[in-house]
Design a protein. Structure first.
Length: 112
């Protein structure tokens, strides 16, 4: 299970990197890239699978932390989904997505 968890963690981080990188790179064109949608879906699915793998093992899962991270991820997903439907968004909109991604990563690292 340790290998499965490791693979899921790598895919999870790649998903978040796709969202953050895509949004930051598209600030000049003021559009939400299609890759951000795929990245957030990857991050959401692998995050849920990681929690499932941890629950099956002997590891303790902080359900409050997972709930907060899931809520932030869902907000990011909604923002990306809505932003994809618009031809142009503001830099504040893209900044909000990038900030929430950074918040989610900070919660993962700093909340023990």
């Amino acid at each position: 299970m340790e290998i499965v968890h490791g693979v899921l963690l790598v895919l999870h981080l790649i998903g978040w990197a796709i969202v953050l990188g895509g949004v930051v790179a598209s600030m000049r064109s003021r559009t939400v890239p299609a890759g951000a949608w795929h990245g957030i879906l990857t991050a959401l699915v692998t995050g849920v699978l990681m929690v499932g793998v941890l629950e099956m093992g002997d590891d303790h899962v902080n359900n409050v932390k997972i709930g907060v991270k899931l809520l932030v991820a869902i907000v990011v997903a909604v923002l990306v989904w809505r932003g994809r439907k618009q031809e142009e968004v503001t830099n504040g909109y893209l900044g909000a997505i990038a900030g929430l991604v950074a918040l989610n990563v900070a919660l993962a690292v700093l909340w023990r």
